[in-house]
Design a protein around this ligand. Structure first.
Ligand code: IMP
Ligand code: MG
Length: 181
């Protein structure tokens, strides 16, 4: 796999991403056997992880999507905008929020608070990447793919201004790409 010229270094290779999905999928399948699992993915960044993870989940489950946005370029605005709600009524479901990356935690805290009022049986978080050094909200993920340093990363669903989502690996975006923006 040749690296995109805007990527400085690969943090999660295709092979490692697959291994992470295999490990988390097995754990989730065990933990949710016999439950009413509803996987809720946060658009758009988490779709690649959701699609890969899903294929390693062997217990019955449903999937749905929510959409919010808080990012502009490489910085969170700190204000979450709600863009799309669930189609499925989560009443009585064991919700697993599937995220691409947990950074400040503001997005997930916001979503969790919305879902808490909907009578879900339980709500947990599964994130592909975790950047714990930048946390501002009181939120942890029960399932974590990989802990990474506080760098701006792209690929495997993650974007910079809607670009790079299609890269099959996660890489650190070269600062020269956003230096003079
Ligand atoms: P939080 O609200 O700060 O936790 O941000 C969560 C969301 O911000 C993620 O779902 C991503 O969409 C986006 N985000 C955070 N860090 C990065 C990054 O390094 N690259 C791309 N998107 C990111
Ligand atoms: Mg996201």
């Amino acid at each position: 796999m040749t690296m995109h010229p805007d990527v400085e270094r690969i943090l999660v290779s295709e092979e490692e991403a697959r291994e992470i999905c295999r490990r988390l999928g097995a754990q989730i399948s065990k933990d949710y056997a016999g439950k009413k699992l509803l996987l809720v993915s946060v658009l758009k960044g988490a779709i690649v992880f959701m699609a890969d993870l899903l294929r390693y989940i062997t217990c019955d489950c449903q999937i749905d999507f929510m959409a919010v946005s808080s990012y502009s370029g490489v910085k969170t605005t700190g204000v979450v905008k709600f863009k799309k709600d669930l189609d499925i009524n989560p009443d009585g479901c064991d919700i697993l929020l599937v995220e691409d990356i947990l950074d400040s935690g503001i997005t997930l805290e916001y979503l969790k608070n919305i879902l808490i009022d909907r009578n879900a049986a339980s709500i947990r978080v599964c994130t592909f990447l975790d950047k714990p050094t930048n946390r501002r909200a009181n939120i942890q993920a029960e399932y974590v793919g990989k802990v990474i340093p506080d760098e701006f990363v792209v690929g495997y669903g993650l974007d910079y201004n809607e670009k790079y989502r299609n890269l099959p690996y996660v890489g650190i975006l070269s600062p020269k790409v956003y230096a003079d923006k």
